[in-house]
Design a protein. Structure first.
Length: 229
């Protein structure tokens, strides 16, 4: 027993000394882990038990659906929990995963609002939240995710207008907003998305004219706009 306590003491002392000389590294590693724990706490149903691996018996980079960076060990770059039947809300602490590039939560039962904290994720390239039950407005500060290439929030319960701010996402190639309860008109700023090749706005309650600025989208290959009043 004394030997075990001595080993624990040495381990803690080494950790303390490392963090004393490298406080930023310890803080960043703990930030990513705590963000995942906050995520797990808001999941109320996990029918396949995919989050059972999210415990202290394994490093969080080995948890199901989590991918960490090779270049920056212990920094999470991808979360993929597609089609797992998860029920719950999305923790705002996801905004603390500052290295995150890829999020795919499609085909689950996430509810509540899309956290505006996602706007902190400046490295984010793909955000796929389709076929869930997200409600409320589309966060305007998604426009801060300047590296977004894919934004797919098709088939949810989102309301309100399409934020004009999305027109600043110059790298965006696919924008999916179909099958929601969006109202208002299509913002002319969509015409600023020069990289866009897919735009899906069908099955909403949009109204007004299709803005002529959409004709600027020279790379557009797929456009779906139906049920405009």
């Amino acid at each position: 027993m004394e030997t075990n306590w001595r080993a624990l003491y040495v381990s803690l002392l080494c950790c303390f000394l490392f963090c004393s000389f490298n406080p930023a590294s310890c803080l960043l590693n703990e930030t990513d882990r705590l963000a995942l724990i906050s995520f797990r706490e808001l999941i109320v149903r996990d029918p396949f038990g995919v989050l059972n691996s999210w415990n202290n018996s394994a490093h969080f980079c080995d948890w199901y659906g989590v991918t960490c960076s090779r270049r920056h060990p212990d920094r999470i770059i991808a979360l993929n929990l597609t089609s797992q039947g998860l029920v719950g809300s999305l923790s705002p602490h996801i905004g603390n995963l500052s290295f995150l590039r890829y999020v795919d939560f499609r085909n689950n039962s996430f509810r509540g609002q899309i956290p505006h904290e996602i706007g902190r994720l400046r490295r984010l390239q793909c955000l796929t939240l389709s076929n869930n039950s997200f409600c409320g407005n589309i966060p305007t500060n998604l426009s801060y995710c300047s590296n977004l290439v894919i934004l797919n929030i098709i088939d949810n319960k989102l309301v309100g207008s399409i934020p004009a701010e999305l027109g600043s996402l110059r790298k965006l190639e696919a924008l999916g907003l179909a099958k929601n309860n969006l109202t208002g008109s299509i913002p002319p700023s969509i015409g600023n998305l020069s990289s866009l090749w897919q735009l899906s706005l069908a099955i909403n309650a949009l109204e007004g004219k299709i803005p002529e600025q959409i004709s600027r989208l020279r790379n557009l290959n797929l456009l779906t706009i139906t049920q405009i009043i």
